[in-house]
Design a protein around this ligand. Structure first.
Ligand code: G6P
Length: 489
């Protein structure tokens, strides 16, 4: 409440995202609540717990309909309700066009430069537009005031800001794009590039993780839309409405609330070593992500393979535990990646049949506290994304290491690498470089680990998710004041 009302007194907050923060599923043991594997959700949830308000999202769980009231609303989190979740329903065919089709086969590979060809089908595009309208209508229906603060999240809703602006012209719309934004030449292949940009320009403020992505976006506006650009203040004016383009590096809650239930390092290590049956003295390398082709999972396995091949003294002395939560598995690119990664792990393990299996690939979802336990137990955490807007795993790893130990190996193609330069920064396409970094991490003296870890912890602590949200809210409060003054003159 303080976070919001200190900056925007009396304002009503609405969040819109595709993924919901709590998913109710029916299982053999009754209805269970799940938290999704989504950087967006883990960043926004603490904000909503602090501010209250309404979060509008797609109801995706098998028991979601049974748990809402007649208005499709439910108070969350269970036990300590602090905000309202309003669920919106989508049929399977709609989900195929809007979510799997345009969002995840079109925009996702368009914005992540990993050389997966985007698919642009007009049927998907029409569905995307229709579903964007449905969510915009739901937000408008939930609004109790004429000038709410609406936080529109991510590439699922590029058209929503303009749709909301048409119905609630006084709304403060802060949109945040959680993935990279490509350069104009790359973006130009999208058949609906103009509509997408115009949709986003319905926002009061449009945020990206890095200045680089802001520059790319402004370049695209310049090329594809008739508008006025003020480069000095990074503002675009279209049809009498102004949008400010800003970099807001997203972050995590500090300390993460899930950390409270995680035992001390020694207990974590003992439990994880037992779980994976690791020999004493093993160097434990970990990776935790969704099973996504942007994350560079096969690349880090190839680096482990190269390391063991070059230096057989490591055989039996290291283990690489990769947790990969299956995601978007309906799409070929995802199911193929999972199959390839699994057979690569088997092949590498067969090549190095030492005292213990080097690669442990676990294709399932881990709850937040289990992830933090794994991080605390680890010697090294590898984040080798081929392209990533920010990457919160890197920040979560650092947050778990209050013992100031452990080494982060981090891809230079993540937003996080701009903020955490004390990590060992690597090019994940360069197998030898990645292998050398992992080897260096395993052998790093404790005092060097502590020096690097302390600086990274300080960075994330200061620039936590409350600062991310707080800065956006302060900027939008300025916009509201500016508009009020302009209306008076
Ligand atoms: C990325 C996106 C989020 C999304 C998450 C999980 O972090 O930026 O918007 O929620 O991936 O993907 P999913 O498709 O399962 O929601």
């Amino acid at each position: 409440q303080d976070l919001l009302h200190g900056v925007l007194p009396g304002a009503e907050v609405l969040v819109l995202s595709n993924r919901e923060p709590y998913i109710h599923n029916r299982t053999d043991h009754g209805i269970v609540v799940q938290r999704p594997a989504s950087g967006l959700v883990s960043a926004l949830e603490p904000i909503m717990r602090a501010c209250g308000g309404t979060w509008v999202a797609h109801g995706s769980g098998s028991a979601d309909r049974e748990t809402v009231d007649a208005n499709d609303r439910i108070r969350v989190p269970e036990g300590a309700p602090s905000y309202t979740l309003r669920r919106v329903w989508i049929s399977e065919a709609e989900q195929d066009g809007y979510y799997y089709g345009f969002a995840n086969e079109g925009l996702w590979p368009l914005c992540h430069i990993v050389f997966v060809r985007p698919a642009f089908r007009s049927g998907d595009w029409h569905m995307y537009r229709e579903i964007n309208q449905r969510f915009a209508d739901a937000v408008v229906a939930e609004a109790r005031t004429e000038d709410p603060v609406v936080l529109v999240q991510d590439y699922h809703f590029a058209l929503v800001p303009k749709m909301i602006r048409q119905r609630l012209p006084k709304a403060t719309i802060i949109s945040f794009w959680h993935i990279p934004w490509p350069n104009a030449e790359t973006f130009s292949i999208c058949p609906w590039r103009r509509e997408i940009i115009e949709g986003m320009l319905g926002s009061t403020i449009l945020g990206f993780h890095t200045q680089f992505h802001c520059n790319n976006f402004i370049e695209c506006v310049d090329r594809f839309v008739e508008s006025r650009i003020d480069r000095e203040v990074q503002a675009v004016s279209l049809g009498g409405h102004e949008t400010r383009i800003r970099a807001y590096p997203i972050s995590i809650e500090w300390p993460p609330s899930a950390l409270a239930s995680v035992p001390a390092r020694e207990t974590c290590r003992a439990e994880v070593f037992r779980e994976f049956d690791l020999a004493e003295g093993t160097k434990l390398i970990v990776g935790v992500e969704r099973f996504d082709y942007t994350k560079g999972i096969p690349d880090r396995m190839r680096a482990i393979d190269a390391l063991l091949t070059r230096d057989s003294s490591w055989e039996g002395r290291l283990a690489f535990v990769q947790i990969a939560a299956p995601t978007r598995s309906k799409l070929d690119t995802y199911s193929r990646l999972q199959a390839e990664a699994e057979s690569l792990a088997d092949a590498i393990n067969a090549r190095h049949p030492g005292r213990q299996t080097p690669i442990r690939l676990v294709a399932r979802h881990y709850e937040a506290s289990d992830v933090l336990k794994l991080f605390r137990a680890a010697d090294v955490c590898v984040v080798s994304s081929l392209h990533d807007g920010m990457n919160l795993v890197a920040k979560e790893f650092v947050s778990s290491r209050d013992d100031n130990a452990g080494v982060l190996v981090l891809s230079s193609f993540t937003g996080a690498s701009r903020e955490m330069s004390e990590a060992l920064i690597v090019n994940p396409y360069d197998t030898e470089e990645l292998a050398a970094a992992i080897k260096r991490a395993m052998s790093m003296p404790l005092d060097e680990q502590a020096e690097r870890m302390k600086l990274m912890r300080q960075q994330v602590k200061e620039n936590n998710v409350y600062r991310w949200a707080g800065t956006m809210l302060v900027d939008s409060a300025r916009s509201r004041t500016r508009e009020r003054i302009l209306a008076l003159t």
